[in-house]
Design a protein around this ligand. Structure first.
Ligand code: HEM
Length: 128
């Protein structure tokens, strides 16, 4: 899905993470509380890496396979304790930010993004 990779190249170079976290943190008070004390300079870079993990996992690449398990573990009930319903909010914030920031956004690109994000996120949720 090179359209999704191209889209991510465009938006990750234009401060996408700032807009995304502003949106995510104001979407739900529970979520804001979870990020209390987070170092956002680090977290914004981690988000970019994390999205590349989801893209690579969808493509069946080696980075995705190795990293998705670790990412899932970090978010599971014994660690950051992120329940399944919050992933839906995460994806909606992601798509909304994308729709505002990617000049080439379209309904078809949105569908492709949702398709790419889903397997990795399902994997993370199934290991909650
Ligand atoms: C669905 C895709 C997601 C990706 C790709 C992702 C990615 C990441 C990455 C890469 C980290 C840093 C891990 C590390 O320190 O090694 C992280 C931390 C974190 N994530 Fe996620 N995440 C996702 C979903 C979520 C959701 C749905 C929530 C909650 C609404 C969430 C809340 C957090 C929190 C609270 C941290 C820790 C921040 C800190 O260190 O203070 N994540 N995430």
């Amino acid at each position: 899905m090179s359209e999704v990779r191209d889209s991510f190249k465009r938006i990750s170079q234009m401060g996408f993470s700032d807009y995304f976290y502003n949106r995510l943190l104001t979407s739900d008070v529970k979520i804001r509380a979870m990020f209390h004390g987070t170092d956002f300079a680090k977290q914004k870079k981690a988000l970019i890496d994390g999205v590349y993990v989801l893209i690579d996992y969808h493509e069946g690449g080696p980075l995705g396979k190795m990293s998705i398990r670790r990412l899932g573990e970090k978010h599971n009930r014994s660690h950051m304790n992120i329940p399944a319903d919050l992933y839906e909010i995460w994806v909606d914030c992601f798509i909304l930010t994308l729709s505002e920031k990617d000049p080439k956004f379209s309904a078809s690109l949105e569908l492709q993004w949702r398709e790419v994000l889903k397997p990795g996120i399902d994997h993370m949720i199934s290991n909650y």
